[in-house]
Design a protein around this ligand. Structure first.
Ligand SMILES: Nc1ncnc2c1ncn2[C@@H]1O[C@H](COP(=O)(O)OP(=O)(O)O)[C@@H](O)[C@H]1O
Ligand SMILES: [Mg+2]
Length: 211
């Protein structure tokens, strides 16, 4: 059995069908790309994978455990879905610190190291309300990776990043893959998909087809 399995998952909102009987197998240590036009269901798929949204039918298994029955949320997932909410009048470090307190696994030092890794200055006094879109995106990436999460579910991680930053984050993700971490991502940029992904699925006709 694969590490993560979606089995016969159907999802609709008030009669609007998003997915009909989809199956997806995710193995450890690979990068998966999910593509599809706006509104095709990429973010909904990610929410189902992370236990934020329940399927109408079917199930998601993570390491043999059924989401919503054996576990409420998967363990050790780093997630970016849609635009994350931040406390705007706090600094980036303060925001990450309050998120880190939930698990209490990492120190300020660890947070600072991750911020530097994604190209943010940990000691800057700047409040998040004064961050550019790209900086907020880097903060979202930092949040998703700072606890050394072994599965990264990244919905449009490259949005709003400048070219150098895109290049840098791509390299970072490839490094994570080498370390055996598992990554599932979406991108509207075909180069991101081609360069990074071992397997690509397109959402089409309420289904996932391998590209
Ligand atoms: N909580 C919700 N309630 C109702 N409709 C939703 C909800 N979340 C998403 N949708 C709808 O599901 C469809 C897929 O959305 P989404 O997954 O965000 O698309 P995308 O592929 O652009 O990420 C859209 O039509 C969206 O309006
Ligand atoms: Mg989306």
């Amino acid at each position: 059995m694969a590490f993560i399995e979606m089995k016969n998952v159907s999802k609709s909102f008030k009669g609007m069908i998003i997915f009909e009987d989809i199956n997806l197998s995710i193995d450890k240590g690979k990068i998966y790309g999910i593509i599809g036009h706006n509104g095709s269901g990429k973010s909904v798929l990610f929410k189902i994978l992370c236990g934020f949204s329940a399927p109408n039918k079917g199930e998601v298994q993570i390491d043999g455990k059924i989401l919503g029955r054996d576990i409420t949320f998967p363990d050790n997932f780093g997630v970016i879905i849609d635009r994350p909410g931040y406390i705007s009048n706090k600094t980036g470090l303060e925001n990450l610190r309050s998120l880190a307190l939930i698990q209490n696994k990492i120190s300020d030092n660890d947070i600072a190291t991750t911020m530097s890794l994604v190209g943010l200055q940990p000691n800057a006094e700047q409040k998040v309300k004064d961050y550019s879109l790209g900086m907020k995106q880097k903060l979202a990436i930092a949040q998703a990776i700072m606890e050394n999460q072994q599965v990264l579910v990244l919905d449009e991680p490259f949005n709003a990043l400048d070219n150098d930053s895109v290049q840098h984050i791509r390299e970072l993700l490839l490094q994570f893959k080498k370390e055996g971490r598992t990554i599932i991502l979406t991108s509207h940029n075909q180069d991101d998909i081609n360069l990074l992904c071992d397997k690509v699925y397109r959402i089409n006709n309420y289904n996932l087809e391998e590209v």
